[in-house]
Design a protein around this ligand. Structure first.
Ligand SMILES: [Zn+2]
Length: 145
């Protein structure tokens, strides 16, 4: 099993989120890709909770404040631009969530989302699905990854 190195970016996100970050290594490259895009275009954004729910990634963010002061445009335009500013940041986090829908939380390989015999819905590749069925404890798998 390949073990993803914990990067500086990941450490920063884990520090930044007061609510905690608890997902497997397989999803971190997608979270980091989104964070890199957000850093480049929206400095000042902050990571919120990063977790698994119903087999999917949940990547919550606090968007960077809107700071542009355009000279032209109606009040309606300015309101729309501000709304779009926030929506674009949310869309980047959502893109990471979507990418992880088909990726193994443990290793990042192609995966499907299933409820195992324990009823806990999770997204795993065939190898980790088999391991999960054998061990029945996701916690142990995540911590040994
Ligand atoms: Zn896997």
């Amino acid at each position: 099993m390949k073990v993803a190195a914990v990067t500086e970016l990941r450490e920063r996100l884990e520090r930044e989120t007061s609510l905690g970050a608890s997902v497997g290594d397989g999803w971190w490259p997608y979270i980091e890709a989104a964070a890199t895009l957000l850093d480049a275009a929206y400095p000042g954004w902050k990571s919120g909770q990063i977790k698994e729910k119903f087999g999917g990634l949940r990547f919550y963010i606090t968007p960077a404040p809107y700071t542009r002061e355009p000279e032209r445009g109606t009040d309606e335009d300015k309101a729309r631009w501000e709304r779009e500013w926030y929506e674009q940041q949310e869309a980047i986090a959502t893109a990471a969530e979507r990418a992880c829908q088909s990726k193994c939380e443990i290793c990042g390989d192609a995966a499907t989302t299933e409820g195992g015999s324990t009823g806990w819905i999770h997204t795993l590749c065939p190898v980790h699905q088999a391991q999960y069925e054998e061990e029945k404890t996701m916690g142990r798998m995540l911590h040994n990854a």
